[in-house]
Design a protein around this ligand. Sequence first.
Ligand SMILES: Cc1cc2nc3c(=O)[nH]c(=O)nc-3n(C[C@H](O)[C@H](O)[C@H](O)COP(=O)(O)OP(=O)(O)OC[C@H]3O[C@@H](n4cnc5c(N)ncnc54)[C@H](O)[C@@H]3O)c2cc1C
Length: 286
Amino acid sequence: MKARAFSYFRAETIEQALDAHARAGDDARFIAGGQSLVPALSLRLQAPRLLIDITHIAELRGVERQGDFLRIGALTRHCEMLSEPLIGQFAPLLRAAAPFVAHPAIRNRGTIGGSVALADPASEFPAITLALAAEIEIAGPAGRRRVRADDFFVDLFETALGPGELITAIHVPVFRSNQRFAFDEMARRRGDYALVGCGLLASCEGDRIDDIRIAFFSVGNVPTRVKTVEATLAGATLDPARVAAAQMALEADLAPPESDEVPPAMRLHLARVLLGRLLGRLGEGA
Ligand SMILES: Cc1cc2nc3c(=O)[nH]c(=O)nc-3n(C[C@H](O)[C@H](O)[C@H](O)COP(=O)(O)OP(=O)(O)OC[C@H]3O[C@@H](n4cnc5c(N)ncnc54)[C@H](O)[C@@H]3O)c2cc1C
């Protein structure tokens, strides 16, 4: 199939992009890497009359440290998560997740802004923004604002973005020397969307976990923090009994939906296995 005919506008500034969207109303879409939108157009799952190309907007590019945060421009491509030194130094969990996102050809074009805006519940980066306590920088008709990742993912493919709003950057608290992180996922084949995946970030005092944020993906309609599990681990030292308690507590936080591919009980089991592995790595100093 081919996409329905559409008009194209190349925006050079955020203001131009917002203005074009406001004039077209519901019938416009921003296009960044195009790795999700173009297939959707080709399959006619979406048929906007106007595509607004945001890839030439300089303000959406670049990675820089701003005080206690790393500002990652919305157009930062998945492959740059692997090559950008500031991300390796200050947001290593994002780097750890990047090789699991699709394949190199898609990572060369896909952007973090596009991934977070789309909010696919099986995607790696939306969940990682939760684990990192990131903030989403947004520009829209009513001005600019920042939304905590905890408040951003509302429902299936639904976010806090209002009509015509654009993600301009992701702000990530910089990684500290007392922190440890771990990431992994289970997929049928490398590069496939995960059956279940998880990223975690812990602040530690020696072997004791002071504070931990754990986010799962591919477990429901939205990327999901497992707060009961986090509470089970806060203030604890990781021994086998504590890890087992955390695995059991997952049931309170996750309710995987019915699916032909993976029954809920199996997905919960996989999540438990994955959590056990990641906590094991954390205990080894990951
Ligand atoms: C075969 C295949 C396998 C894939 N596997 C994975 C995978 O394993 N894991 C994974 O996470 N992803 C996967 N993807 C998706 C890929 O990561 C996409 O690149 C990403 O989801 C969207 O980023 P994009 O820049 O390409 O966005 P686009 O396709 O350009 O846009 C996607 C949506 O986001 C909106 N949008 C884009 N940028 C912004 C912005 N800055 N502000 C507001 N709205 C915006 C668009 O209007 C559109 O609705 C896969 C894609 C394909 C084709």
